[in-house]
Design a protein around this ligand. Structure first.
Ligand code: ATP
Length: 372
């Protein structure tokens, strides 16, 4: 199939730099998801790979061949857009067959190909229907079928499930994942939905303001965020991020969470990664809600704090715990903690918290890069 490489790619629209010095390699048969907030440059990057936009700087390679000057038609790529734009006057069969009619192959070969794809997508029994009588999910599968009959080197899918309801999204997501494994095509999928990204991707490329922030497996992106942006973007609820200061004395080094009574004793390994530059720039401590254990009794190192809010979500309760008060704004400093729904707690209770030391993160506030 295909290997894709972007080298120092830049795309501007007037004053807007939509894609900034973008470097990325997608391996053959890999499923990479571009994830990021609206306007971060996901679609533009996809359109650059497809040849629908031209980069101002940098090079794009497909299977080692520089494709900057190749037209979209010559790149052997299938593109599925957010709006699936089926031909309303053609039935499902002819919609799927459409790309094949443009190339010189026999009617019987077209027939075999349409039926093969329709079987995989489970739409074989609706080939004579017009798009107007199909559900959103069925239309989506027809659009995917139209992309699949071509057996291109690369699939580029731009929010292809944006128009589906929640249940259909989950079903179609599973279908796309299964199909991609079955067909083994190199695929780039754009979404702003982190659950979709985690569930589909071999690797996720997190993009923010035109910059590739981090690329890694879903596990790496979630558990080892390299920047404050990635840490704060992934997870529901997201990671707790609190200002902190390092205090060194002869006996030990301590990370103090600003405007709270919380002091975390640090191992020498943790301490040595905090450079003097980072100390000057300021520190941000991070821990995910599921890496804090709430208890009714203290342990040796437990932190005591008051419950500010209880959010029951069914499978878990999210507790907002008040750790202190901002000196200037007087706003409460809150920590979100995941607790089992049977954990007995109400607003105003004092509880004890234990942080999982292996799951703590620290960032340089200015460079926003991870120190742990
Ligand atoms: P969304 O998730 O909302 O689709 P995105 O991450 O795909 O967003 P892009 O569509 O790539 O983001 O846009 C990146 C930036 O480039 C945005 O600021 C957008 O306004 C700008 N932009 C994109 N296309 C054009 C264009 N044709 N002309 C001018 N500006 C553009």
């Amino acid at each position: 199939m295909a290997h894709i490489k972007l080298e120092n790619v830049v795309k501007r629209f007037g004053d807007v730099v939509a894609v900034k010095d973008f470097n990325l390699e997608v391996e053959d048969k890999e499923f990479v998801v571009f994830l990021g907030p609206s306007g971060c440059g996901k679609t533009t990057t996809l359109r650059l790979i497809a040849g629908l936009e031209n980069p101002e700087e940098g090079d794009i390679f497909i299977d080692g061949q520089r494709v900057n000057d190749l037209s979209p038609a010559d790149r052997d790529i299938a593109f599925v857009f957010q709006f699936y734009a089926l031909y309303p006057h053609l039935n499902v069969y002819d919609n799927i067959a459409f790309p094949l009619k443009a190339v010189n192959i026999s009617k019987s070969e077209i027939d075999a190909e349409v039926k093969r794809v329709a079987k995989i997508l489970q739409i074989a029994d609706m080939l004579d229907r017009k798009p107007s009588v199909l559900s959103g999910g069925e239309m989506q599968r027809v659009a995917l079928g139209r992309a699949m009959v071509r057996q291109p080197k690369v699939y580029l899918l731009d929010e292809p499930m944006a128009n589906l309801d929640a249940k259909m999204r989950v079903d179609t997501r599973a279908e796309i994942k299964r199909l991609q494994h079955e067909i083994g095509a190199t695929t780039i999928f754009v979404t702003h939905d982190q659950v979709e990204a985690m569930s589909l991707a071999d690797r996720i490329a997190v993009i923010h303001q035109g910059l590739l922030q981090q690329i890694g497996t879903p596990h790496e992106i979630y558990n080892k965020p390299q920047s404050l942006f990635v840490a704060g973007f992934m997870g529901m609820p997201t990671m707790n991020l609190l200002d902190a200061e390092l205090t060194l004395n002869e006996a030990e080094s301590v990370l103090h969470l600003s405007h709270t009574d919380v002091d975390l004793r640090l191992s020498p390994e943790r301490q040595t990664t905090i450079t003097s530059d980072a100390q000057k720039n300021g520190l941000v401590f991070g821990i995910r809600p599921e890496h804090i254990t709430a208890g009714s009794q203290p342990n040796e190192q437990s932190i005591s704090a008051q419950v500010h809010l209880v959010e029951p979500l069914g499978a878990v309760n999210i507790l907002d715990i008040r750790l202190g008060t901002h000196a200037e704004t007087q706003d409460p400093i809150l920590l979100r903690v995941r607790a089992h729904p049977t954990f007995p707690v109400t607003v105003g209770d004092t509880i004890w918290l234990d942080f999982d030391e292996t799951e703590m993160h620290l960032f340089d506030r200015e460079t926003e890069q991870a120190l742990w």
